[in-house]
Design a protein around this ligand. Structure first.
Ligand SMILES: Cc1cc2c(cc1C)N(C[C@H](O)[C@H](O)[C@H](O)COP(=O)(O)O)c1[nH]c(=O)[nH]c(=O)c1N2
Length: 260
């Protein structure tokens, strides 16, 4: 029996230490990959594992609103890339001054170089108009498809596959490139493939676009806007952040001390 004072790490339902470290590694070492794709093919057995992980995502009312459109054709990838190029030029004009100049230096997709593209969609009418959990907030189905994206992204990282999410599209142009019918919403176009390396930090952080926010700055207690530095949780979070710095680019895993 688990004693009340036992650390959470010994909870009878917790994964083994090794398994927990693997989960946190997938989370902390996942990156959005744009530029390091290798031409190495992705075996179907690996692809099937990450797609199955995506299909096991949570979904509102269990409606499983997603489809997975796997793109391997170079001609189709080129069509998707053309759609990106149009939107990318438009996007640049939306930023001012230095930000525009920096935006134009960023590589924000790997559509043609990645061996596999996967478009994850949302069929908002899949199980009829009334869905448990979507009765009052209609966008919940869209969020469900995003959960599938994240499952795929993490499973792919565990498999050594890079994933890059590209969202710089006019939605209708992406639909046209992939023959997606009008009642289906494209949620994510993902570039997937093996990579030369994974970067330690988000590329936008390295490029000086934005820093990672300190977690305490986004943490409130009991009501919106209420901070409380005396909470034990805050001390823990500060320790985690200090360990992250001490570990260099490696964020702390379950047994952070052993990693530094
Ligand atoms: C909904 C959504 C949409 C996009 C992204 C992400 C998400 C969640 N990201 C990736 C994004 O820039 C990246 O996740 C952050 O910069 C953090 O970096 P890491 O993912 O931690 O490497 C992204 N990246 C990119 O190069 N082109 C893009 O169009 C998009 N679009």
């Amino acid at each position: 029996m688990t004693s009340i004072s036992a650390p959470a790490t010994q909870d009878q339902h917790a994964f083994s230490q090794e398994a927990r470290e693997a989960v946190y590694q997938a989370i902390f070492k996942r990156r959005d990959v744009r530029g390091q794709f290798l031409p190495k093919p992705v075996p179907d057995e690996v692809l099937s594992r990450v797609l199955t992980a995506a299909h096991h995502a949570p979904s509102v009312g269990f409606m499983q609103p997603w489809n997975f459109l796997v793109v391997k054709s170079d001609a189709v990838k080129r069509r998707v890339h053309e759609a990106f190029e149009v939107a990318h030029k438009q996007a640049a004009q939306m930023f001012e001054g230095d930000k525009r100049a920096t935006y134009q230096t960023l590589k924000l997709e790997g559509i043609v170089e990645s061996p596999v593209g996967i478009c994850i969609t949302c069929d908002r009418a899949r199980t009829g108009p009334v869905v448990i959990g979507r009765t009052h907030i209609p966008t919940m189905d869209l969020y469900s498809s995003v959960c599938a994206v994240q499952n795929l992204w993490l499973a792919a990282r565990a498999e050594g596959l890079g994933v890059g999410w590209v969202s710089i599209f006019n939605e209708s142009a992406l639909r046209d490139a992939l023959d997606i019918p009008s009642h289906i919403t494209p949620i994510a176009y993902l570039c997937v493939g093996y990579v030369s390396h994974f970067k330690d930090k988000p590329e936008l952080e390295t490029a000086g676009w934005l820093p990672r926010l300190p977690i305490q700055d986004v943490l409130y207690f009991d009501s919106w806007g209420q901070r409380d530095d005396q909470q034990a949780l805050v001390a823990h979070l500060q320790r985690e952040e200090a360990l992250a710095v001490a570990c260099g680019a490696n964020p702390p895993l379950v047994n952070a001390d052993s990693l530094c």
